[in-house]
Design a protein around this ligand. Structure first.
Ligand code: HEM
Length: 355
């Protein structure tokens, strides 16, 4: 099945155009160089990364090539003003800014039953004055599994289900981990932090480092964290239990997370390796609160056609030297390009199922 198959519906064509225009200035030059020229000794392109995801995890036309199963939310970000000591970014000025977001589960199958162990994602798009935006995509794991795009690509292949068992081949996984000690160490940390019961009680981590830039050009390395204020999430059953319980939580009242900047020490805390945790005693600045007030099936009118590219940043925030950021930006654009040219049969999580 060709990734490019399926008619380009007019609504999606229009949205694609709009997204390209809106994203043109924000998508890093590095991202495009990555996509066009590849990086590293072997030519690894965004296209090859997405081909690898499709081959290992499968895909359904019209859906994301990773984090395919998801749901749309809306709400706002209440900025405390505390971030202004780090950067003049508009999002750090005290105020309330509209947000749309997407909760998701990692993997290529939008209709797969929810699995507690699947990585949970939270994509956010915060609308700022003067047409600026801040897009983030965070996971419920404390460190990332891969130090580079090549490692992501190779791990995806190493963990691909063996067709005869439907599970990763233990020998291939063992060989991969012994050749990739950073991934093995990161998986050890992840195992010590089992997933919370629900989306609403999950802590989400930005994992990649970013730079806050103040008016004098002084740069401070940071990592983002979203810490849940909810402690008593509801439960649900069935194939969509994680999403259904989130829907119940949101309908019960606003669901909140504190947005925190963990401040790194330059030269001590690595900014170019998301597999390494920063020391737990690093300074934390509470930037504000993310408030989710409504939940809905994904549609063209909300987040179906949004690319939560982590390099769409307001002035005053910048990418770090983490190579994974550039790779993400390029791979998300490639996944977006493929899915925007395809028709999706229907969304897995329909409004009535979210009731
Ligand atoms: C080299 C590393 C990575 C690659 C190649 C990769 C690849 C992808 C791809 C292809 C998508 C689908 C994008 C779309 O169609 O819009 C995706 C989605 C996502 N990724 Fe990654 N990813 C990487 C690392 C990360 C990291 C470090 C995080 C968290 C900090 C993350 C969080 C997410 C989330 C939350 C989504 C879903 C966004 C949405 O709802 O649209 N990814 N990833």
């Amino acid at each position: 099945m060709g990734a490019e198959s399926g008619p380009l519906r007019p609504s999606r064509r229009a949205v694609l155009g709009a997204a390209l225009v809106a994203g043109a200035g924000a998508v890093s030059v590095g991202g495009f160089l990555f996509a066009e020229n590849g990086v590293g000794p072997v030519r690894l392109t965004a296209r090859r990364i997405v081909d690898g995801l499709q081959a290992a995890n499968g895909f359904v036309p019209g859906y994301r090539r990773n984090h395919a199963k998801g749901v749309a939310v809306t709400g706002w970000f209440e900025s405390s003003g505390a971030g202004t000591e780090l950067s003049g970014a508009s999002v750090f000025r005290p105020g309330t800014y509209r947000l749309s977001g997407r909760f998701s589960l990692a993997g290529g199958k939008p209709f797969a039953p929810d699995a507690a162990a699947a990585r949970r994602g939270f994509g956010l798009r915060i609308a700022l004055p003067a047409g600026e935006e801040w897009r983030l995509a965070l996971l419920n794991i404390p460190v990332f599994t891969d130090a580079s795009a090549q490692d992501f690509h190779d791990r995806t292949a190493a963990y691909a289900p063996d067709p005869s068992t439907g599970k990763p081949d233990p020998a291939r996984v063992r060989d991969y981990l012994s050749a990739h000690p950073k991934t093995a160490a990161a998986l050890g940390i992840i195992e010590q932090n089992p997933p919370a019961a629900s989306f609403a009680t999950s802590t989400f981590h930005g994992l990649n480092a970013f730079e806050c830039v103040d008016a004098n050009g002084h740069r401070t390395p940071v990592r983002w964290r979203l810490e849940p204020e909810t402690t008593d999430a509801t439960t649900a059953s069935g194939d969509n239990q994680l999403f259904a319980s989130l829907a119940r939580d949101v309908r019960r009242g606003p669901v909140r997370w504190k947005l925190i900047a963990v401040v790194g020490i330059r030269g001590v805390d690595p900014t170019d390796d998301p597999t390494v945790a920063w020391p737990a005693d690093r300074r934390r600045i509470q930037l504000g609160t993310v408030v989710v007030t409504a939940i809905a099936t994904e549609t063209a009118a909300n987040v179906r056609d949004v690319n939560f590219d982590p390099l769409v940043l307001p002035k005053g925030l910048a990418a770090s030297d983490d190579p994974v950021l550039q790779a993400r930006s390029a791979a998300y654009a490639e996944s977006y390009r493929r899915r925007a040219g395809e028709s999706a049969a229907r969304q897995p999580l329909r409004a009535e199922e979210l009731a």
